[in-house]
Design a binder for this molecule. Structure first.
Ligand code: SAM
Length: 347
């Protein structure tokens, strides 16, 4: 019965909300293994054994937002704040290019001290120096005009997780001045402007239920993002969710497979959170259907300050300088690193 739902999802790319709920409720190791086999087949069909790498630059730990789950929320007075200068960012790109990175991801808190014009100029500079590279931004909610400026400067992709597609759940994860509606408006703007758009959610966030997760899957099946980022929720000790329990690696893996079945060509990272929760989390993610890994390219002395959750990985194969280790780990599961922009096929 549940296997049929997996097949239906693969054939139609869509299930109803009740069907998604039934599929999630049926989760058990046997079904998870079946989903992983089907998902790996699809990943291989579209991408072979190649895994795309993205150089992740965590450009600022300042944030005007106060998301209850996040370690760099404004209200965390103990968070260590830093802001990388454009020169520092360009130096990281310079170091990353010869390592094989052809996508640079600029991610950060919503930092009012980093004006949009500076971001725009920076994007333009990166694109002029590395014309064969893609630039991905992940800087939160911005105005349509800011997104437009970034796009015109050459930004190719934008990552903005919707976090949860259930408005009541969204309100339990964020203060009242943030809304699902506003997040969705941003995603529509980004799509309209021609970005490759990424969305996603945390697995096991507080108050998440099979209903809210079905809503997430239904939303993603309709919006069809080019990229989807999911990873387990992991608590941070200086946030209101300090005592909440972490999300499950196994359930995250199951969801990765479900997403691959739903959107066969989607660019699907095995995220840092997945690598942080288990030593082989990222390899397991690839085996479940993921095809992207985002090693950390930020200056080593800053990495410990971008603490979204406790015990966040930023060294070893998680780090850009650990690419050889990453290549070896991928080899053990029959995969290899692709030196490639790794765009969404069809664009
Ligand atoms: N400010 C940008 C934004 O809002 O999209 C980008 C940075 S934000 C820190 C990146 C993502 O980190 C969020 O979308 C959220 O899903 C994830 N994140 C934050 N806190 C987390 C936690 N405690 N556990 C797991 N993931 C977390």
């Amino acid at each position: 019965m549940s296997t049929e739902l997996l097949i239906k999802l693969r054939e139609q790319g869509q299930l109803s909300r009740p069907e998604f709920r039934r599929l999630l409720a049926a989760w058990e190791p046997g079904l998870q293994a079946e989903a992983a086999v089907l998902a790996s087949e699809l990943r291989e069909q579209h991408y072979g054994r190649r895994v795309f790498i993205r150089g992740l630059l965590e450009i600022s730990s300042y944030c005007r937002r106060n998301c209850f789950y996040c370690g760099i929320r404004r209200g965390n007075t103990r968070a260590q704040r830093y802001r990388m200068s454009p020169e520092q960012i360009l130096a990281c790109c310079k170091a990353g290019y010869p390592l094989g990175f052809r996508t640079f991801v600029l991610q950060g808190g919503e930092d009012t001290g980093y004006p949009d014009e500076l971001i725009r100029d920076l994007v333009q500079e990166i694109k002029s120096r590395y014309s064969d590279c893609a630039v991905t931004l992940s800087l939160g909610e911005k105005s349509f005009l800011a997104y437009k400026d970034f796009r015109e400067a050459g930004a190719d992709r934008y990552l903005l997780r919707h976090e949860t597609a259930d408005a009541a759940h969204f309100a339990k994860l964020h203060p009242g001045n943030q809304s699902l509606q506003s997040r969705l408006r941003c995603l529509q703007d980004l799509r309209f402007l021609g970005y490759q758009v990424g969305s996603g959610f945390m697995v096991g966030s507080p108050f998440q239920s099979l209903e809210t997760l079905s809503e997430d899957l239904f939303f993603l099946s309709e919006f069809k993002p080019e990229m989807i980022g999911i990873g387990p929720f992991l608590p941070h000790h200086d946030t209101p969710f300090a005592d909440e329990k972490p999300g499950s690696m196994e359930f995250t893996l199951f969801l990765l497979s479900v997403l691959r079945l739903m959107l066969p060509k989607v660019l699907l990272p095995a995220t840092t959170a997945l690598g942080s929760i288990h030593p082989t989390g990222r390899e397991n993610g690839v085996l479940a259907g993921a095809n992207v890994i985002m090693p950390n390219l930020s200056p080593q002395e800053l990495r410990g300050k971008y603490m979204l959750y406790d015990n966040k990985l930023s060294s070893g194969a998680e780090a850009a300088e650990g690419l050889r280790l990453l290549a070896e780990q991928l080899q053990t599961i029959g995969c290899e690193i692709a030196v490639d922009r790794g765009d969404y096929p069809g664009i």
